[in-house]
Design a protein around this ligand. Structure first.
Ligand code: PAF
Length: 260
């Protein structure tokens, strides 16, 4: 696996793939890899000739004074994980290069980006949309891979692609949420839960598994709930965000019974 940290080195590393006319897949990540990432890596490898995984803990999508400092970060372990998963190219840019002094250009998906996650994490989707647009421009992928767990993020990015007339060849691939043996959706934040908190957090997947808003609300009654709502995305989901101790968890289930 080749690891590149600068935009110049990324372009150089991608040049042979471009001259061969390879289809390039991009898996944008913030690291702390787990089984959910492995499923994105696998799909990208199966569907694309060349795969780039970006690993960048994007400060722009965290609120000032929020949990950026506590976000799990172990680039050495992530490199080992990515290589074992067959990734050939890992892009680990610095914030100083993606947001150099004087940086002032942002992408805001207005209405969709202010609901749900956007309401509880103001500015979050502005940071996500901006960094994803930059990554799409740098890598120019045929396909970019995301998890269904971040359903609103996918909707925001789809809207951005449409609104900004990005390359119609760019396909967003959305892979089903991967769950641990106890039902908790894999998330980089799960590592922050104590054993007792994890036990309490299980109310979240259990509530959503009812696929019924009132039952889900009732099952989440003891937790600190940011929202639980039926959301008219494509496909529609029952989505919730809860805080367990200092950890904030999101999850959703697709309401179309055909889908997992
Ligand atoms: O889902 C994530 O890990 C992040 O929001 C993303 C898409 C890598 C952008 O920083």
């Amino acid at each position: 696996m080749t690891t590149v940290a600068t935009i110049a080195d990324l372009r150089e590393a991608l040049a042979p793939a471009r001259s061969r006319g390879d289809s390039v897949g991009l898996v944008p990540t913030m690291g702390a890899f787990h089984a959910g990432h492995r499923s994105l890596f696998r799909a990208a490898r199966e569907e694309c000739d060349t795969v780039v995984v970006s690993l960048f803990v994007n400060p722009a999508q965290f609120e000032a004074g929020s949990d950026l400092a506590g976000y799990p970060h172990d680039p050495g372990a992530d490199a080992v994980f990515a290589e074992a998963a067959g990734i050939e190219l890992l892009f680990t840019p610095d914030a100083a290069e993606l947001y150099p002094p004087g940086y002032q250009t942002w992408v805001e998906v207005e209405e969709l980006g202010r609901r749900l996650e956007g309401e509880h994490r103001p500015g979050h989707f502005r940071g996500v949309a901006t960094v994803c647009l930059k990554l799409f421009n740098l890598v120019r992928p045929a396909r970019a891979y995301f998890g269904q767990k971040d359903a609103q993020q996918v909707a925001v990015l789809r809207r951005m692609i449409r609104d900004l007339d990005l390359d119609l060849e760019l396909e967003l691939r959305v892979l089903p949420t991967v769950r641990d043996h106890d039902g908790l959706a894999f998330s980089s934040r799960n590592a922050q839960l104590t054993a007792a908190e994890r036990e309490r957090a299980l109310a979240l997947p259990r509530a959503l598994a009812t696929r019924d808003l009132d039952s889900a609300r009732a099952r989440l009654a003891g937790l600190d709930v940011d929202y639980v709502e039926v959301v008219d995305l494509d496909p529609p989901v029952l989505a919730a965000a809860v805080r367990v101790g200092s950890t904030r968890l999101i999850d959703n289930v697709v309401l179309d019974k055909e889908k997992p």
